[in-house]
Ligand binder design. Structure first.
Ligand code: ADP
Ligand code: MG
Length: 352
């Protein structure tokens, strides 16, 4: 070897060995397969626990887990098309211990022949972090789901208590006052008219008790199911806000469990509340249907239209709550607004 070529090679070897990632070079054969390794750096030897000479008798096929072998085929296709490819897999060391890696492969000419330079980065730490993050996300989601359920159980309990206890007490009160009023009627005009007043107030209180209890959790939801409760809520909404509310709901009974029914109903309530509070709309339409193993519920208003900024704002807790509930149901919630034309909120969940 001439002196200058020797110097070049030393240079290149230094570079090769000072990389922190494992580097492998192999030829690409005429029938489009990877040859044995023809060059490796020290990191590669250390990582796989083989000497250089041992690695020269090995190739990529021996170094990947069997389930990833078909990956090489598509990597070769990509290398032929674009000259490079990046993929994730595992390198098996001498003791068959898998090391998670991201391999970045490039085609180049080596000794006048088609060759592949593969740089394998150990991503153990990244994988661990990803796993931890995923586990913690799952835990958070479980917690959120648990909290929603507890909250709902509490509301149900309070609603029942208010309805039953307070309702009962008021009925007794009403009867007693009425009796008293009857007895006094002949004797004292003044007192008896005050008692009539009292009766009226008791009636009003009974009504508010019912209202409060059904705001907490409408009895309809548990007794007649989702469709009836949505219909009731839509009518209440129209009465309270004066915003016209049209709805189209499935005729047949839906097979949904209690938690699903609650979540869908709460999403619906939040969507309507938002229309009342923010949209400045004249009309809102509600459309629920089941189709192709999905249940969809859409609430569309003709108001000022939510902006992308409002949608993306992490402080939008109402929207976040709707999304979270949708996710717990294994579905998704999309929100879409057009300035001056209105807003569409669509819930999509799997339904068999
Ligand atoms: N139907 C709608 N039309 C127009 N703007 C809306 C609509 N729904 C939500 N928004 C906007 O998105 C923001 C976030 O909604 P949300 O998370 O429910 O919070 P908020 O507690 O204000 O109701 C609202 O403050 C409002 O500006
Ligand atoms: Mg809201």
């Amino acid at each position: 070897m001439p002196a200058s070529a020797k110097k070049n090679e030393d240079h290149y070897r230094l570079l090769f060995n000072s990389l922190n990632d494992a580097v492998f070079v192999n030829y690409i054969t005429r029938d489009n397969t990877f040859s044995n390794f023809i060059e490796v750096n020290e990191v590669a030897c250390n990582a796989l626990a083989y000497s250089r000479d041992e690695l020269f008798k090995r190739n990529l096929y021996m170094s990947l887990p069997r389930r990833d072998l078909n990956l090489i085929g598509s990597v070769i296709v990509e290398l032929n098309q674009t000259g490079q490819a990046v993929f994730e897999s595992f390198l098996l060391n001498r003791h068959r211990k898998p090391i998670p890696v991201e391999i970045s492969a490039h085609r180049f000419i080596f000794n006048g022949k088609e060759a592949i330079l593969s740089i394998a980065r150990d991503i153990t730490e990244r994988k661990n972090t990803e796993d931890k993050l995923r586990a913690s996300e799952t835990r958070l989601r479980d917690l959120a789901s648990r909290l929603q359920i507890i909250r709902e159980e509490e509301r149900t309990m309070i609603a029942r208590e208010i309805h039953d206890e307070l309702g009962q007490a008021l009925s007794v009160l009403k009867i007693r006052v009425s009796l008293l009023a009857k007895k006094l009627k002949a004797k004292d005009k003044e007192i008896s008219s005050q008692l009539d007043n009292l009766c009226g107030m008791i009636d009003q209180t009974v009504e508010s008790v019912q209202k409060i209890s059904s705001k907490l959790r409408p009895g309809l939801l548990d007794e007649l199911g989702l469709t009836a409760a949505l219909q009731w809520q839509a009518q209440e909404f129209e009465k309270e806000t004066g915003i016209q509310c049209r709805y189209s709901l499935p005729q047949n009974d839906l097979s949904l469990d209690k938690d699903q029914i609650t979540a869908i109903f709460r999403i619906f309530q939040e969507a309507l509340t938002n229309v009342a509070r923010h949209a400045n709309a004249q009309k809102v339409s509600v459309y629920m249907k089941t189709e192709n193993n999905y249940l969809s519920l859409e609430v569309t208003d003709n108001g000022n239209g939510i902006t992308q900024q409002q949608i993306d704002n992490p402080k939008s807790l109402g929207l976040l709550g709707m999304r979270e509930r949708a996710m717990i149901l294994g579905g998704e919630l999309s929100i879409y607004g057009v300035r001056g034309e209105g807003t569409n909120v669509k819930l999509l969940i799997p339904y068999q």
